[in-house]
Design a protein around this ligand. Sequence first.
Ligand SMILES: Cc1cc2nc3c(=O)[nH]c(=O)nc-3n(C[C@H](O)[C@H](O)[C@H](O)COP(=O)(O)OP(=O)(O)OC[C@H]3O[C@@H](n4cnc5c(N)ncnc54)[C@H](O)[C@@H]3O)c2cc1C
Length: 395
Amino acid sequence: MKTAHDVIVIGLGGMGSATACHLAARGHRVLGLERFGPAHNRGSSHGGSRVTRQSYFEDPAYVPLLLRSYELFEKLERDTGRDIVTLCGGLMLGRPDSRTVAGSRRSAEQWGLPHEMLDAGEVRRRFPTFTPADDEVALYEGRAGFVRPEATVTAHVQLALQAGADLRFEEPVTRWEVLPGGRGVRVHTADDVYTAGHLVVCPGAWAPRLLADLGVRFTVERQVMYWFQPEGGTAAFDPRRHPVYVWEDTGGVQVYGFPAIDGPQDGAKVAFFRKGTVCDPETIDRTVHDDEVAAMAAQLRPRIPALPGRLRKAVTCMYTTTADEHFVLARHPEHPEAVTVACGFSGHGFKFVPVVGEIAADLALHGTTEHPIALFDPLRNELRQSATEPEETTT
Ligand SMILES: Cc1cc2nc3c(=O)[nH]c(=O)nc-3n(C[C@H](O)[C@H](O)[C@H](O)COP(=O)(O)OP(=O)(O)OC[C@H]3O[C@@H](n4cnc5c(N)ncnc54)[C@H](O)[C@@H]3O)c2cc1C
């Protein structure tokens, strides 16, 4: 069958722009369709910064993907001349048996990643903005830091266009279907109908709409990023001295943050990891309320006393979370010949964006990849069980 494109990519946010870039760089005719503009702020890939780290407390199985992602981020910087990654170091703080500390240590030891274990006194001495309790410790990783999400998306869009991809913004997809016998796909937008040999769906928080037949339940969560002006100014939060951090309290609540990297006006960014409220991307409340700001300030005050000074700004964002908080990255089980899915990044996907683009391109073109992605199988038991449970309405 004659089609105008080899592959259509739906959604050109973090994952879709990287996928389009990898497919076009390999010489394939790519059509990308995005409902908003390039590097927009209504999905999950905005807000100026994302933590990146290798001593991965979520699961050691992510580490080889991170090693490849770091290489690809460096290449992206070289190929575009953009400033995308800063490895300012990172602290994973909490009790020694917390998931954040013990899990990070497990990944570091299993993969031989350079790291240091610091007791509370050493943390206070080396990083004086932090005031851990005596029974808390930290894993310090010199190769942690932050990546710039908007610059990443812009760089992938730029390279995809340079390699000949046809990227159409402000063109929402209304529906897609597989052609009889799985011999390609047809994609409908508000403006047109397109066909191609293969489809990659990278829908972010719109996964429940665009992947209704995947059989995976996604919880879309509203999350808030806060920028506080530190008391005494931003000098102590300079990224040449100040690491990124994830800090787990005794109740398992994780707060994370960055040095002051968005200019002296904006101060330093912090957020809760998870602890969001269920939302819908069409109706999400983008107003940040006083009680939310007060809860964040209360979390920070005993830990980073200089930080909860004046709130400079607060912006909402969305997580698309699976039952086990691992990604979904595979051929679509219902349409394995024609469709690849990259979704459910569960609030920790950005540091993987370039490697997800590489893997999604492998899956689209060959149906397999050399990267280890068994953890991301949509047919895994953890997701099957949750898909049959009743729908939750609150967290
Ligand atoms: C507050 C916050 C903090 C985070 N912190 C970190 C962090 O520190 N480290 C980390 O690694 N990760 C972090 N993440 C997670 C990470 O940012 C996400 O996993 C990642 O951005 C998801 O990318 P995506 O491509 O799946 O989604 P998106 O970038 O949102 O892309 C999906 C795209 O699909 C488009 N789309 C949807 N429906 C349609 C349609 N019908 N037609 C056309 N286009 C459509 C959307 O407009 C959107 O552009 C954070 C996320 C948030 C919200």
